[in-house]
Design a protein around this ligand. Structure first.
Ligand code: COI
Length: 354
């Protein structure tokens, strides 16, 4: 991707914390690399992006992100191949989605050349934090917060666009059990469900905690008005395999346009699997579970990659999925990871070399 080179203000860390990290027992999101990117928006423009040692920020207690949740984020990953080369997966999609989210939250859009220049510089500086080998990656968290001081309920005039990175392995280490939402909702028509607005996630924590108390790791959200249509899980989009057809809900203003979701749809179609992008009701799912045609369910997201679902709860009944041979989830995960780790032809131009 050709973007205009722009100057960065770089301060390198004098020591590294890399040796403190236990890569065999990584906890997702706990350890951050030595550097971060910070770019301030003031007086109607983005200043020169700064790359600096990872560390605390200084913002005033009245800053608007704290009071009105004017904040968005992205999730992306870098992978190291067996020759030590580093690759991003579809970073332009994350960049575009960040700006879609910013627009919805009345925040200024970020310039593309700043994003790519800063990201590449950051990854080159912290390259040693990226481990090669299946399942290893560097999770990259770009985010934007409103930093103007003052609690008047109006959009901020100051922001920070930042990028921090943490080494990551699988988000879910084993198949998950889910419950289907019957009371709470993640998003509503005309709302911010399609944006990666921080509050979408914060708002899901309480119902997710209730689900966890009952032994379910995730909630599958349904539409807010009828609770009849299956939409997405809080940390991932969701796929259902009924007989040999893979079904996932269409994106809408309530559902996140997941990059893993759209990559899997493309890979599945390219490999001749039957894919239906259509609304699917809870009763269709329950019927399919009862008559044995529901073969698989899995979540798809950047952090989660592909997370198999072993069963779901609805109306007090638990439906366990059968063990399937040649699971689509495993097959698609391999196809996706072969591209991400530079082991397969990049037919769709998804890899981005650092
Ligand atoms: C991601 O997959 O990058 C996400 O944003 C999910 C996150 C809440 C862990």
């Amino acid at each position: 991707m050709q973007t205009k080179k722009i100057p960065l203000d770089i301060t390198k860390a004098t020591t590294s914390r890399l040796a403190e990290v236990d890569f065999d027992n990584l906890v997702f999101g706990k350890y951050y690399t030595d550097h971060m990117m910070v770019c301030d928006y003031e007086n109607g423009k983005w200043n020169t992006p700064k790359i600096m040692p990872y560390g605390p920020l200084s913002v005033e207690p009245s800053c608007k992100a704290f009071h009105y949740g004017q904040a968005i984020f992205e999730g992306m990953k870098a992978f190291k191949d067996e020759n030590g080369k580093v690759w991003l997966f579809r970073p332009e999609e994350n960049f575009n989605r960040a700006n879609i989210s910013c627009k919805r939250m009345a925040m200024p859009e970020f310039p593309k050349e700043y994003f790519f220049e800063a990201l590449e510089t950051l990854l080159k500086l912290d390259e040693a934090w990226i481990k090669a080998g299946d399942g290893n990656s560097l999770y990259i968290r770009p985010f934007v917060i409103a930093t103007e001081n003052g609690v008047s309920a109006s959009p901020s005039s100051a922001y920070k666009f930042m990028i921090i990175c943490c080494p990551a392995k699988a988000y879910y280490s084993s198949p998950v059990k889910v419950t289907i939402a019957q009371k709470y909702s993640r998003s509503a028509d005309g709302g911010v469900g399609y944006a990666k607005a921080a509050g979408n996630y914060g708002a899901s924590f309480y119902p997710t905690n209730l689900a966890k108390e009952k032994g379910y790791q995730q909630v599958i959200w349904t539409d807010a008005s009828t609770h009849q249509y299956l939409e997405e899980a809080g940390t991932m989009n969701v796929f259902f395999r009924i007989n040999n057809t893979l079904i996932t809900a269409p994106t809408s203003d309530r559902i996140l346009d997941g990059i893993t979701r759209k990559s899997l749809i493309k890979l599945a179609q390219d490999q001749g699997l039957q894919v239906e992008i259509r609304r699917i009701t809870v009763s269709e799912l329950v019927d399919a579970a009862k008559n044995g045609s529901l073969k698989e369910m899995f979540g798809a997201g950047t952090a989660a990659t592909i997370a198999p679902i072993e069963g779901f709860e609805y109306n007090g009944d638990y439906y366990e999925l059968p063990e399937v041979k040649d699971a689509y989830s495993q097959y698609l995960k391999k196809s996706l990871q072969d591209i991400q780790y530079n082991r397969a032809e990049d037919k769709f131009g998804w890899r981005y070399e650092i």
